[in-house]
Design a protein. Structure first.
Lengths: 103, 378
């Protein structure tokens, strides 16, 4: 991170970092993520397979916030993908969709 | 350090001197002599470097020796260990330790402990299990069995996690590895995964040899011992200035600096500072030493004071042609180069492509709300 310049801060010029990305998640019989399918990642096999197994599940937590406007309700799961990549998955509990983010 | 007899009388590190004397009236208090310890350790490293070119000092008294490829020169582990013992004895009759990768637990007079094993962790655990003056060799075949019988206290964990392991009745590394790796990871996070793999003997961290810097030092003998901190502080400033003028320093910025003092009655004082940003500026180097002098002053009057640069970071040669101070020149150079790059990008692409990362809500529970990008305008 660098020190901010003297330019006054303008909210319209801000761009969010670490925006979540849509992924498909395969759940096991206990409802825990077992693998993800991420079409934005390079294919894992010559057949164009984008599936990555989840090697380890870390913490699981829930965030419910901003009920007074657009309600946010998420279940976060800290996982290590096969190959050692550490990411955070969350399920949007209002839509049922899964998203991937950097920790 | 507390001697075994004093320990038996309930003297523990961290208690006050009056408490210690109350518990053990015949107690003898010895002043630490960090300069001597440091010199002894430097001798040890020098001796080890005669056996292997790959030496990694881990902390005062512990060093790892990389022995990959030495079998052709010396023979099996026992022969390499014999070489190490011989080299250390030649250097001053004290101690070492080693490992296959080799780790050394070394104390001044009660001699070394040596551990041989694949990876630094195994070698270190083996060294801690050796009796003073002896060695323990852990073969690749016996590694898992050896580690499984060790207490969890050998794992590099904070006291809280240690306590949790004991509360879960996990007393040995074998108890820990009997659990699935995923379960330990789930309970203790990334640290849990790391220690599970260490305990299972799956992590073999190699010894990383370090370039031995040629230290630059400047010394000052006081005609009469000095206890005045103002004078000592000024002397440190002058010594830093003198050391910076050494021709060997040209092209390098100072990364680690230490001040050492010989005190009256044979004691010594030592402080070492690693600069966050390596510098060639006298005030930036001297200031942390002077602060340390204020916080932890020598316990007696100073007879001799020395400043020593022991680690360096490369400076930028081109910039040094125009500036006396490598750090400020490098900083100014980076800024100028950045401005030129921003101008060029704007001219070519009609829009800025360089951005700052700024904090928005760094403590937000939603990761995407924590930081943002904004156009960079120097």
């Amino acid at each position: 991170m660098v020190a901010p310049s003297r330019t006054p801060l303008r909210v319209d010029r801000l761009r969010a970092l670490n925006l979540p990305r849509r992924v498909e998640v395969e759940l096991d019989q206990h409802g825990r993520p077992g693998a993800i399918r991420d079409d934005d990642e390079p294919a894992q096999t010559s057949a164009g397979e984008h599936r990555r197994a989840i090697e380890t599940i870390g913490e699981v937590w829930r965030v419910d916030d901003e009920w007074w406007r657009q309600s946010i309700s998420r279940r976060y799961v800290d996982v290590v993908l096969e190959g050692g990549r550490h990411v955070v998955l969350f399920e949007d509990l209002t839509t049922g969709q899964w998203w991937l983010q950097k920790p | 350090m507390v001697s075994p007899i004093a320990r038996r009388m309930a003297v523990r590190p961290g208690i006050t001197v009056s408490q210690a004397i109350g518990l053990c009236p015949p107690l003898v208090l010895l002043e630490p002599d960090p300069v001597w310890y440091d010199e002894l350790f430097a001798h040890l490293l020098l001796a080890l470097s005669q056996v292997s070119p790959v030496i990694e000092p881990a902390e005062l008294g512990r060093a790892y020796v990389g022995v990959d490829g030495l079998e052709g020169l010396y023979g099996g582990p026992e022969r390499v260990i014999a070489e190490i013992i011989q080299a250390v004895s030649r250097k001053g009759g004290m101690a070492v330790a080693e490992d296959g990768v080799a780790s050394s637990h070394f104390t001044a007079l009660p001699p070394y402990r040596l551990g041989w094993g694949r990876g630094k962790f195994t070698a270190w655990v083996a060294a801690t299990r050796a009796r003073p003056g002896e060695f323990v060799i852990v073969t690749d075949q016996g590694r898992r069995e050896f580690l499984a019988s060790q207490p969890v206290a050998v794992l590099p964990l904070d006291p809280d996690t240690h306590r949790k392991l004991l509360q879960l009745s996990l007393r040995t590394l074998g108890d820990l590895t009997a659990l699935p790796e995923a379960a330990v990871t789930s309970q203790f996070g990334r640290q849990g995964r790391l220690v599970w793999r260490l305990a299972a003997g799956l992590t073999t961290d190699p010894v990383i040899g370090r370039e031995v810097p040629q230290p630059i030092s400047a010394e000052l003998d006081f005609p009469t011992p000095i206890a005045d901190r103002v004078i000592l502080s000024q002397a440190i400033g002058k010594l830093v200035e003198r050391a910076l003028k050494s021709p060997r320093r040209v092209g390098w910025r100072v990364h680690t600096v230490r001040a050492r003092a010989a005190l009256e009655q044979g004691a010594s004082w030592l402080c070492e500072i690693t600069l966050k940003d390596p510098s060639a500026d006298q005030h930036r180097i001297a200031a942390p030493l002077q602060t340390r002098l204020e916080q932890v002053p020598p316990t007696g009057a100073v007879e001799r004071l020395a400043v020593e640069f022991t680690a360096f970071a490369p400076g930028t040669t081109e910039l040094q042609l125009f500036a006396r101070d490598a750090e400020s020149a490098a900083r100014a150079g980076r800024r100028t180069a950045l401005r030129a790059a921003v101008r060029e990008i704007k001219t070519r692409l009609k829009r800025p492509l360089l951005h700052h990362v700024i904090e928005v809500h760094p403590w937000s529970r939603l990761p995407e709300r924590r930081y943002a990008l904004i156009d960079y305008e120097p």
